[in-house]
Design a protein around this ligand. Structure first.
Ligand code: HSE
Length: 442
């Protein structure tokens, strides 16, 4: 086999990154592989808009079917995103005996189990490194580099747009709408930023990486998700006074025979390695029982980083094809018959530390009423500050708790928010500062 023939569906940003990488790094890739990776057909509905990477007009088509119907194509790369028609294209490609590479995290979060099962029945492989954390080889690390480990925790920053917004709010005191508008102007956030700022994109990625890290099926519908729309710069400032940074974290943790899968704004100690991840960068912190703490860091989006991940999948597939092997490594790293349905811990049962900001009238006895309710619900206070700054006729009282159970916290805040001395809804932010996961900075 001298060349592997590739059909690309989706001539967008990531498609251009893939084409440029294949072109610019052709020598390196060939030196690693010994065969050529030839893109022989490119399909997109829009062939008019100028792209940063040109394609020979002879191989362009508006119809993905031209690629699916071409028996000479070995690998189909799906880079159109969304659920349909991407799902149908992938299933059709597998059925026709083609391997598939995709960057489509939403599709895999919802239908990954079905797609991997179908691929296995077709004797074909699906590569999806680019679906999580862009250019960071996270999935390869989970599947292969960390295969000797039992993971305890995997948590990280998996959305560059949200991290950019939170960085601007932290470092420049911008309110959320201004930071979002700036992210849109800079091209980080979409016109409709829902997937990024409401945590959904992060949850898609956590569902995939969590399944791979812990040997379970993908269970997107069981991921708890909160986004960053309601973050107030005041909370970012107070958190900083306590020595914390605010990040949108994806957290997967094994506790009590269950798996926590949650995405929410989180306070992490300023000295934690993840606290220094600024702007549009992603990073993932993993604790394995053999390797200890590790962190992977890099760009989670963009033409070239994501294109690099797509090409890495092509190289892996091509290596297996030249050796006549299929699915040398199972898609999620664990043999499908040995994946475990570890129950997902209900959010109510999660135990963590909390930051609360109450807005209360400034008069004697207020703190004792609030702390009385917390005490009755088994919540122990670790620190408290009250600042004389008035916000809508009330003063902010900020508390940090010791570890508490989420349902006790919810019950307490419901009662506290009904007190006549409390104004508005209390802000809650969860804290991650377990010593075993707080590797000091190098
Ligand atoms: N929109 C994502 C981000 C990149 O901002 O990280 C693609 O997953």
């Amino acid at each position: 086999m001298e060349s592997i023939r590739i059909g690309l569906i989706g001539w967008g940003t990531v498609g251009c990154g893939m084409l440029r990488t294949l072109n610019d790094n052709a020598r390196e890739i060939h030196a690693r592989l010994g065969v050529r990776l030839d893109v022989v057909r490119v399909a997109d509905l829009d062939l008019e808009t100028p792209r940063p990477v040109a394609v020979d007009p002879k191989i362009l088509t508006r119809s993905a079917q031209d690629i699916l119907d071409d028996p000479s194509i070995h690998i189909v790369v799906e880079l159109i995103g969304g659920i349909e028609p991407a799902r149908s294209f992938i299933l059709k490609a597998l059925e026709r005996g083609k391997h598939v590479v995709t960057a489509n995290k939403a599709l895999l979060a919802h239908h990954g189990n079905e797609i991997f099962d179908f691929a296995s029945r077709c004797g074909r492989s699906v590569g999806f490194e680019a679906s999580v954390a862009g250019g960071i080889p996270l999935l390869k690390a989970l599947r292969e580099g960390l295969s000797a480990n039992r993971l305890d925790t995997l948590f990280g920053i998996l959305n560059g747009t949200a991290n950019y917004i939170l960085t601007r709010m932290t470092e420049n005191g911008l309110p959320f709408p201004e930071a979002l508008a700036e992210a849109q102007r800079q091209g980080y956030a979409e016109a409709d930023p829902t997937l990024d700022v409401d945590g959904i994109d992060t949850a898609h990625k956590l569902a995939i990486a969590g399944a791979m890290g812990f040997g379970t099926p993908i269970r997107f519908d069981q991921v708890y998700v909160e986004g960053i729309r309601d973050i107030d710069p005041l909370d970012v400032q107070f958190a900083s006074e306590f020595g914390y940074r605010l990040k949108l974290l994806a957290i997967a943790r094994r506790t009590d025979g269950q798996l926590e899968l949650r995405v929410h704004p989180t306070l992490i100690p300023e000295q934690h390695v993840l606290a220094s991840v600024r702007g549009a960068y992603n990073a993932v912190h993993i604790h394995g029982n053999a390797v200890g703490n590790i962190m992977l860091y890099g760009l989670g989006a963009g033409m070239m980083p994501t294109g690099s991940a797509v090409v890495a999948d092509l190289v892996d597939l091509a290596r297996d094809m030249t050796l006549g092997i299929v699915n040398r490594v199972p898609p999620l790293g664990f043999l499908p018959e040995h994946t475990a349905d570890i129950p997902v811990k209900p959010m109510d049962d999660v135990v963590t530390r909390y930051y609360f900001r109450f807005s209360a009238v400034d008069r004697p006895g207020v703190l004792s009423k609030i702390s009385g309710i917390l005490g009755t619900n088994h919540i122990s206070i670790a620190a408290v500050i009250q600042k004389g700054r008035e916000v809508e006729g009330a003063v902010p009282i900020v508390m940090l708790t010791h570890e508490a159970v989420e349902k006790d916290v919810r019950r307490s805040l419901e009662a506290i928010d009904l007190l006549d001395i409390v104004r508005g809804t209390t802000r809650l932010i969860r804290i991650e500062d377990r010593a075993e996961n707080t590797a000091p900075r190098a």
